[in-house]
Each structure stands twice: as structure tokens, then as C-alpha cells.
Design a protein around this ligand. Structure first.
Ligand SMILES: Nc1ncnc2c1ncn2[C@@H]1O[C@H](COP(=O)(O)OP(=O)(O)OP(=O)(O)O)[C@@H](O)[C@H]1O
Ligand SMILES: [Mg+2]
Length: 267
């Protein structure tokens, strides 16, 4: 899908909202630098995530992708630079505050209560958010969105496959109806057929109006969904732009992911 179609592809889902009236992008990083103690990991990172779009954050191991994610969801405060959400400065805000305004991070891997059933896992979250009555409708909605979870509602979560556990994690975070869902290596360690299923789920989530920032090792997999791409290299943006404008993948994106382009393509 092209960037222009992505910008208009939102449905009327509850998570959707009109773009900020000031025309600002959904999320913007401006010259963000971040460190772990004395180790600087990000150097002047700038990019934007457009309302209704899917941004793929790519790059080799250690290039800074997870660090960007940690900054975007409030787990790591930038040392300099700004994080803007619909034009508002949200730099340094804590994760729970960002979740309240619509930025939600899907935890990696299998963040489920492994000794509880699928239904009990969902009910725990839904009751906290909606109370006992509302939880019933939320449960039905989750099973409509993830039929496989419905089929396995009485199964102990710890015995679900890796892909199913990831779906269960997603169903739990989606209850917050995020405007921006951030995922880090959601497909790590999954069989190709399950990865396809997880990606179909992400496509559905986007159709319901949620923008996505996805970190992915598999470039081709990411490009099945992404409208825009940012490639990180050594803590900097090496390449950025709409997928349709970056030319042939093997000549642009892949070399950037493998560190074969100068790190100034996106600056
Ligand atoms: N807690 C930490 N303390 C010190 N350095 C860290 C810490 N976490 C990450 N780093 C360093 O920051 C740099 C960027 O790491 P990051 O985890 O963001 O990379 P990544 O692109 O997500 O890599 P991968 O693809 O392997 O997940 C790396 O050099 C890494 O060693
Ligand atoms: Mg990482």
C-alpha cells in the first residue's frame, strides 16, 4: 500500500480520531539523543509517524530500534531532543500517562498469566478497565477480533503456541483502544505461518484506526504492511521515507539495514 492510500485508509473504529487540528503528525521525534548511563545509544534521531499509517523501524542488531521504542513509550527519557504527540510536547512523560493519551506498547513475547485460561487472562484486564458488566462485551469483541482465542478460551494460556500467546497479549493491550500501537519484534521466534497470522492481525488493527510503529527484523515481512520506513544504523537514522518512494528494496532499504549506506539518508 502506498503512503497516500495509507493516510486515508482509516476506518471509523473507536481508536480513530481526526488528525490534530494543527496538522501535526501523530508522533514526531525531533533530534532525540538517548543514553544508558555513559553509553550513548541515539544520536539526533528525527522522524514522524503519520496518523493512520504504519511505520516500520528497521536496522541491524544494536542499531538502536528498541531504544527508540523505549523513548516513544516513555520508558527512557531522552537526554536531549523532543517527543511530540499531535504537536504536544510529551518528552519525558511516563508510560502510564502516554497510555492514557493513546500510545500503547505491546510487550515483547509472552506477557500473559501462564496458569490462567485465555478467558481469565482477558477478564482480568477487561474488568479492571470496564468493570464486571462491561467486561462481557469486551470479551466478545476480543473473540470477534481474534477468533482463534475464542476457540481456545478455556485453554491454559501457558500451553498456547507462541503466536497465540502474542495474540493474547495484543488483545489485552488493544482494550485501551490505542491511537498508536508500538510493537518490538512481535514475530521473533515464530514460524512463518504464524508470523503471517500475526501480521494479518496487525493489518486488522490498523483498519480499525490504530496507527502502528513496528520494529521488525524481517524486512520483507515489515514491508507487507508498512507505509513508511525508518532504517537505523549505529544510533542514527540512515534512511527514511515512504516505502513507495525509496526505490527498489534491494538497492535502498536492504543495504541501509546492513549498514552499507552513509548514515545521513534520513536527516
Ligand atoms: N540497558 C542498556 N545498557 C547499556 N547499553 C544498552 C542497554 N540497552 C541497549 N544498549 C546498547 O544500546 C545500543 C542500541 O541497542 P538497542 O537495544 O536499541 O538495539 P536494537 O536495534 O533494538 O537491536 P536488536 O535488533 O538486537 O534488538 C546497543 O549498542 C546496545 O548494546
Ligand atoms: Mg531490539
Amino acid at each position: 500500500m502506498t503512503a497516500s492510500t495509507a493516510a486515508t485508509s482509516k476506518s471509523s473504529g473507536a481508536a480513530s480520531s481526526s488528525p490534530a487540528s494543527n496538522g501535526a503528525p501523530l508522533l514526531e521525534l525531533r533530534d532525540v539523543e538517548a543514553s544508558y548511563g555513559p553509553f550513548r545509544s541515539l544520536f539526533g534521531v528525527s522522524f514522524t509517524v503519520r496518523e493512520g499509517s504504519v511505520m516500520a523501524l528497521l536496522g541491524s542488531n544494536g542499531s538502536g530500534k528498541t531504544t527508540v521504542v523505549r523513548v516513544c513509550c516513555g520508558l527512557l527519557k531522552p537526554t536531549t531532543g523532543q517527543l511530540l504527540y499531535q504537536g504536544d510536547d510529551i518528552t519525558g512523560k511516563r508510560p502510564f500517562r502516554l497510555a492514557r493519551i493513546g500510545i500503547v506498547h505491546a510487550p515483547e513475547g509472552r506477557s500473559v498469566f501462564s496458569t490462567l485460561t485465555v478467558e481469565e487472562n482477558l477478564q482480568l484486564t477487561f474488568r479492571q478497565v470496564f468493570g464486571r458488566r462491561g467486561a462481557k462485551a469486551a470479551l466478545q469483541k476480543a473473540f470477534d477480533q481474534f477468533p482463534r482465542l475464542g476457540e481456545r478460551r478455556h485453554q491454559i494460556a501457558g500451553t498456547l503456541s507462541g503466536g497465540e500467546q502474542r495474540m493474547l497479549s495484543l488483545a489485552r493491550v488493544l482494550v485501551h483502544e490505542p491511537k498508536l500501537l508500538i510493537t518490538d519484534e512481535l514475530s521473533l521466534g515464530l514460524a512463518p505461518v504464524i508470523i503471517d497470522e500475526v501480521y494479518r492481525t496487525l493489518a486488522t488493527i490498523r483498519e480499525h484506526g490504530t496507527s502502528l510503529l513496528i520494529v521488525e527484523q524481517h524486512v520483507h515481512q515489515a514491508l507487507t504492511l508498512a507505509d513508511d520506513v525508518v532504517v537505523m544504523s549505529k544510533g542514527k537514522v540512515a534512511l527514511a521515507g515512504p516505502v513507495g518512494e525509496l526505490g527498489d528494496v534491494t538497492e535502498s532499504i536492504l543495504p541501509a539495514v546492513h549498514g552499507e549506506l552513509p548514515s545521513n539518508g534520513g536527516r
